[in-house]
Write a new protein. Structure first.
Length: 289
């Protein structure tokens, strides 16, 4: 018996989780797992705290998706930065035109592996293709493009991963799993999350299921979105899961056009045709242990 299990994870708590996926999955008697940023509840196009409570009461799992949906990976320095500079040009994921991912006032570290400095973000500049972080104070060293990185400090990481529990406590939730925003992590962030949660849905991203015995804090996921997988590719993923067992994790953003209701229904039905149980991450981890 391979005992294959599949969890469907939907990020960000979009209103369509409640309005579209809830009734569709109720017809199939299938659960979903929701990655939630507490501060986004009740916002435009997002579910409310009361609706989240309803979903939890109906058997859907609530996971932590961070306090502010911060990008917790590293940013590579793409132009040499010299002592006296306050602006550093980076590769990506600074989101200069958006209020998410990277936040003014957060603490960052610039390092080349030998030298390191702590800095506070003052402004996001540039474009998505050539983003710039401007810091409150000038750097004191020289950092070479391609060898240096800018990354969140441990204080920023811990606030995002552990500090969010205060907000979940206020809502009456105690999530046992974490989902990294943007699928972005590094060994430091993973270490904090693996200490604070029983499951991590996206310690990695890869189009293969998790073999039986994989640590729940080291699970990888992939996407059921139409832009990531065709039906034949999804079928191959499910075939592999049914054959080898273990845990499959397929994710999406229900507000996006690439996650139509029909795609979710097809995935659940195709999984069950192969003898795969559709479950939550918490239940999958309990079964494995």
């Amino acid at each position: 018996m391979t005992d294959p299990r599949l969890a469907l994870v939907f990020d960000d708590g979009y209103r369509s989780d409640f309005d579209m996926l809830r009734p569709a999955l109720a017809e199939l008697d299938a659960p979903m797992t929701l990655a939630i940023v507490p501060g986004w509840l009740g916002g435009e196009d997002h579910i409310t705290a009361d609706e989240l409570e309803t979903l939890a009461e109906e058997g859907h799992e609530v996971l932590s998706h961070g306090r502010r949906h911060r990008y917790l990976g590293t940013h590579r320095v793409t132009a040499d930065a010299s002592a006296g500079d306050r602006r550093v040009t980076l590769d990506n994921h600074v989101f200069p035109d958006d209020v998410h991912g990277v936040y003014v006032g957060d603490s960052y570290e610039i390092t080349n592996g030998e030298d390191a400095e702590m800095l506070t973000l003052a402004e996001k500049l540039g474009t998505d293709d050539e983003p710039i972080m401007e810091f409150e104070t000038a750097i004191s060293g020289d950092y070479t493009a391609g060898e240096a990185v800018v990354r969140p400090t441990m204080d920023t990481i811990e606030d995002e991963i552990v500090g969010v529990r205060e907000e979940f406590d206020d809502l009456g939730f105690d999530p046992t799993g974490f989902v990294f925003p943007y699928d972005a992590t590094d060994p430091r962030a993973w270490d904090v999350a693996s200490e604070g949660y029983d499951t991590i849905a996206n310690a990695g991203v890869r189009s293969l299921p998790n073999p039986a015995g994989t640590l729940p804090t080291n699970w990888r996921r992939y996407y059921l979105q139409t832009g990531h997988q065709t039906r034949p590719e999804l079928a191959a993923y499910l075939d592999t899961l049914a054959e080898q067992g273990g845990v499959g994790i397929l994710a999406g953003h229900s507000d996006w056009e690439s996650v139509p209701e029909e795609r979710v229904i097809w995935t659940v039905e195709a999984a069950r045709e192969r003898g795969i149980e559709v479950t939550t991450l918490h239940e999958a981890a309990d079964r494995q242990s």
